[in-house]
Design a protein around this ligand. Structure first.
Ligand code: PEP
Ligand code: MN
Length: 343
């Protein structure tokens, strides 16, 4: 249920409506837009008395959101959400609205030196968030699984040195508490998009969450996964289109470019594009990054390695640092054409 308040209502009036929602067994979520304050009443709709809410002071209208996801919907929050990543030891980087972000780094953190070298390259090219996996979701249990906590420390150290917030994949609920001490942004990998316990757990933190689209998930499934995080009170969700399984087998996955305008119509959440994992081959990555930005994405996440043939994970799709420099130049121009800016 959505409760739209009259413009400029005082806080005690809003508090009273929130308390009434709670009394009826719902959970109130406040959304302050530029002109309007909206309260989302989440819970069993049958228990929430629409007529009663309408009778309260300051309430302009009450309606049901017909979509299965509520807090992720445009109805709940009309303006684009701007998610902040970082703060504390590193600057805050904004994603959403007119703010475009460039996340880049190696697929996996292999050792401290390689991380520092790649991080330096991507930062000089204009990336503002450092990505790097320390727990890797590998198809084979015999493949490199990541260095775990020591690599997390290298990521933090490197991010702090370069003034870049860090984004690291979390694979298991048991990792959340430790990782929260290190990371600025939790990445939920495609394979874990429907790990609902994990979604709830990161939802209890206030760190940004980069939620990748599942390999075979519809946009609706994906937004419902976002809803799991949002429903725990964490509003800092960024979606990431990284390609889905289709019958086409020329590339690793098919990048669903259409999902970008669809998500932007259905939801207020920022969406970025991952051209590395869908292509699986570096030659195709720049084109799909450019296409994603042109389609309205709020940025990119791209894998970079100075020696891809030696990479322990995802070498064939890693861009060389010099290619990444050229690509960033191109992406800045495209962003300007679609009313966005890389910070
Ligand atoms: C990754 O970012 O390295 C990764 C494993 O991505 P995905 O979950 O999209 O496959
Ligand atoms: Mn990878």
């Amino acid at each position: 249920m959505i409760v739209v308040m009259n413009p400029h209502v005082p806080q005690p009036t809003i508090d009273r409506v929130m308390a009434e929602i709670q009394r009826m067994g719902g959970t109130p979520h406040l959304s302050r837009g530029e002109f309007r304050t909206v309260i989302g009443a989440v819970g069993e709709e049958a228990k929430i008395d629409q007529a009663h809410l309408l009778s309260l002071d300051g309430v302009e209208k009450v309606f049901e959101i017909m979509k299965p996801y509520k807090l992720a919907s445009r109805e709940f929050h009309e303006d684009d959400s701007v998610v902040e990543i970082g703060g504390g030891s590193v600057p805050v980087v904004k994603v959403g609205g007119k703010h475009a972000v460039s996340m880049a780094g190696p697929c996996a953190v292999e050792n401290r030196e390689m991380l520092r070298t790649i991080a330096g390259h991507v930062r000089n090219a204009g990336a503002t968030i450092l990505r790097g996996g320390v727990y890797k979701p590998r198809t084979s249990p015999y493949s490199f699984q990541g260095h775990g906590e020591p690599a997390l420390k290298w990521m933090r150290e490197c991010g702090d040195e370069l003034g870049m917030p860090i984004c690291v994949e979390v694979m298991d609920t048991r990792q959340v508490e430790t990782m929260e001490q290190y990371v600025d942004c939790f990445q939920i990998g495609a394979r874990n998009m429907q790990n609902f316990d994990l979604l709830r757990e990161v939802g209890k933190t206030r760190r940004a969450v980069l939620l990748k689209r599942g390999l075979a998930a519809t946009v609706k499934d994906w937004l419902l996964s976002a809803e799991y995080v949002l429903s725990q009170g964490n509003r800092n969700v960024i979606l990431c289109e990284r390609g889905i399984k289709t019958f086409e087998d020329s590339a690793r996955y098919s990048l669903d470019l259409t999902s970008i305008p669809v998500v932007r119509q259905w939801s207020h959440l920022p969406i970025i594009v991952d051209p590395s994992h869908c292509c699986g081959k570096r030659e195709w990555v720049p084109a799909m990054a450019a296409a994603g930005m042109a389609a309205g994405a709020h940025g990119t996440i791209i894998e970079v390695h100075y020696c891809p043939s030696e990479a322990m994970c995802d070498g064939p799709q890693a861009l060389l640092p010099e290619t990444f420099v050229g690509l960033m130049e191109q992406l800045r121009k495209i962003a300007a054409l679609v009313g966005k800016e890389f910070v």
